[in-house]
Design a protein around this ligand. Structure first.
Ligand SMILES: CC(=O)SCCNC(=O)CCNC(=O)[C@H](O)C(C)(C)COP(=O)(O)OP(=O)(O)OC[C@H]1O[C@@H](n2cnc3c(N)ncnc32)[C@H](O)[C@@H]1OP(=O)(O)O
Ligand SMILES: CC(C)C(=O)C(=O)O
Length: 518
């Protein structure tokens, strides 16, 4: 074992499960434990076997079935807890008993109601008993960071004398700040002077949002085990998030800094699994495993990432098992990202067409939270691949008023070449009214042969895609239109179909004229 290896002690199944609202059954715990083993954590704290028969059973199942990591069970210093912990872990490949008692005066006076001597006696008895059962005993001094350093050192020295091989210095209530915590740990390590066979550990809570920072500072000061949880779950504000600590060590390691041996590509799927089984969602902006951790929406960032990923990314999404970084198109996006997405979707458009689409896309962004590939496809089909080049009619504006179930009035403004034309009409619904207004503007009576509207995407602000066909003077044509507004989508489809009719009529006239000329 290299001296710079940092051991990852996962306590998702014990401290993580202490989050109010989380209750995992045996099958769920086993599923998580298997994934923790795949990730390569050094220790799985599988539970607190004295807590309940169910907890004991879960710990026992993990100890029997999950190979690789050390399997630990937590125990108070009471004999019955230690025996229960042993019952839980004894069948593991590498069993550990983790026993603890508080060392701060606040806890001694108000909670345990024990003197310092009584606590020392608890430690002596508990560690000795645990050590008689297994070689691997961890001792934790609960509320260490608020304890008198002299007494804390005395307790830890005794734990080592009785056989503990891992000494844990928890910041139980998340009170520590990094520089102070590092100095505190270094001072305690010097006072105890436990030698090279003892591993120093920390266990930080996130009450001030400093659990990860405190853990990293502890590693800098000599800790070689970090206790943490997936997604930072845990009592109150949670524990230090494992994925954040591990990636911070990896990314900032330099040539020979301390590191873990985890397969970090498991992080994303494990985070999702834990989130689904606990019902605790992962915030989109959560470091490492959040949905947005490798997503860019701002045009300037997207341009930078397209040129070189390192401009705005400090690690590879693939390294934490996330899909490669995403450029999310939204109202903050710019032309570079937009053009790149169109190209990636397989469209080779002229720069003028891309520019035209970009303007429409920005308008769409003001109406829609996020623009998907389906939305873009609808825009491309609607605006570019339809008859855009020879458009005679262009929809400029429209207004609809619905007056009761079967009556609506619409005013529509179209550009017919350079001429702006407006007219109003009524109809037996808003779509019928806008179609009638167009008919009045053009003094034409096209027959509606078919009409369909469907949502392109699934949310309330989804793009609607209208498809219809009309016939006029023996010419039939289909039209399509897309918009977040179904009336507008229908109107665009109607205008699109009329433009096609005109185009066909124009083509026939040219053909006739050519025939005449011959
Ligand atoms: C900081 C941490 O996360 S520590 C781990 C916290 N996790 C848990 O508490 C979850 C599991 N706990 C449980 O299921 C229960 O609390 C049990 C089964 C352990 C104990 O339940 P109960 O016997 O009903 O006791 P209760 O929880 O109400 O009180 C805790 C008792 O343990 C004592 N105690 C607390 N910590 C320790 C310790 N480390 N060593 C010895 N005794 C302790 C308290 O002084 C109190 O003693 P008392 O009953 O003589 O007054
Ligand atoms: C039992 C110890 C490790 C603990 O959970 C804490 O102090 O927060």
């Amino acid at each position: 074992m290299t001296p710079d290896k940092v051991r990852i002690f996962d306590t998702t199944l014990r401290d993580g499960e202490q989050s109010p609202g989380i209750n995992l059954n045996r099958a769920e715990k086993l599923q998580i434990a298997r994934q923790l083993a795949r990730l390569g954590v050094d220790v799985i704290e599988a539970g607190f076997p004295a807590a309940s028969e169910g907890d004991l059973e879960s710990v026992r199942a993990i100890a029997r079935e999950v190979k690789g990591p050390i399997v630990a069970g937590l125990a108070r210093t009471r004999n019955e807890d230690i025996m229960a912990a042993w019952e839980g872990v004894r069948h593991a490949e590498r069993p550990r008993i983790h026993t603890f008692i508080a060392t701060s005066d606040i806890h001694l006076e108000h909670k345990l109601r024990m003197s310092r001597d009584e606590v020392l006696e608890e430690v002596r008895r508990a560690v000795t008993l645990a050590r008689s059962l297994t070689d691997d005993v961890e001792f934790s001094a609960e509320d260490a960071s608020r304890s008198d350093p002299a007494f804390l050192a005395q307790v830890l020295r005794l734990a080592v004398e009785c056989g503990a091989r891992t000494l844990n210095v928890p910041d139980t209530v998340g009170y520590a700040v990094p520089a102070e915590f590092g100095a505190f740990l270094a001072d305690i390590m010097a006072r105890v002077d436990a030698g090279r066979d003892v591993i120093w550990s920390v266990h930080c809570h996130d009450d001030l949002g400093l659990a990860v920072a405190n853990s990293l500072e502890a590693v800098r000061c000599g800790a070689r085990q970090v206790e943490c949880t997936v997604n930072g779950l845990g009592e109150r504000a949670g524990n230090a998030a494992m994925e954040e600590i591990v990636m911070a060590l990896r990314v900032r390691r330099g040539a020979d800094g301390p590191d873990t041996t985890l397969d970090t590509t498991v992080f994303q799927s494990l985070s999702g699994l834990v989130s689904r089984l606990t019902g605790f969602p992962v915030p989109p902006n959560k470091a490492i495993v959040g949905r947005n951790a490798f997503a860019h929406e701002a045009g300037i960032h997207q341009h930078g990432v397209l040129r070189h990923r390192s401009t705005y990314e400090i690690m590879k999404a693939e390294d934490v098992g996330a899909p490669s970084s995403r450029l999310v198109l939204g109202k903050h996006s710019g032309r570079h990202a937009f053009a790149s997405r169109i190209e990636a979707m397989g469209y080779a458009l002229e720069p003028e067409a891309v520019e035209e689409l970009f303007v429409l896309f920005k308008n769409l962004c003001d109406r829609k939270e996020m623009v998907t590939d389906d939305d873009l496809e609808a825009l491309i089909v609607d605006e570019v691949l339809s008859v855009s080049s020879q458009k005679r009619l262009v929809l400029k504006d429209y207004m609809v008023q619905s007056a009761g179930r079967d009556r609506a009035t619409a005013t529509v403004t179209l550009m017919d070449g350079d001429a702006e034309k407006t007219d109003a009409a009524t109809g037996n619904g808003p779509v019928d009214a806008v179609f009638s207004a167009v008919k009045r503007i053009m003094s034409l009576e096209p027959k509606l042969l078919s009409y369909r509207i469907e949502a392109v995407t699934e949310r309330a602000d989804a793009m609607g895609q209208a498809s219809l066909s009309i016939s006029l003077d023996g010419v039939s044509a289909a039209g399509r239109g897309a918009s977040t507004d179904v009336i507008e989508a229908s109107l665009k489809a109607y205008v699109n179909a009329l433009n096609r009719v005109f185009q066909i009529q124009e083509g026939r006239q040219v053909a006739r004229a050519m025939e005449g000329a011959c």
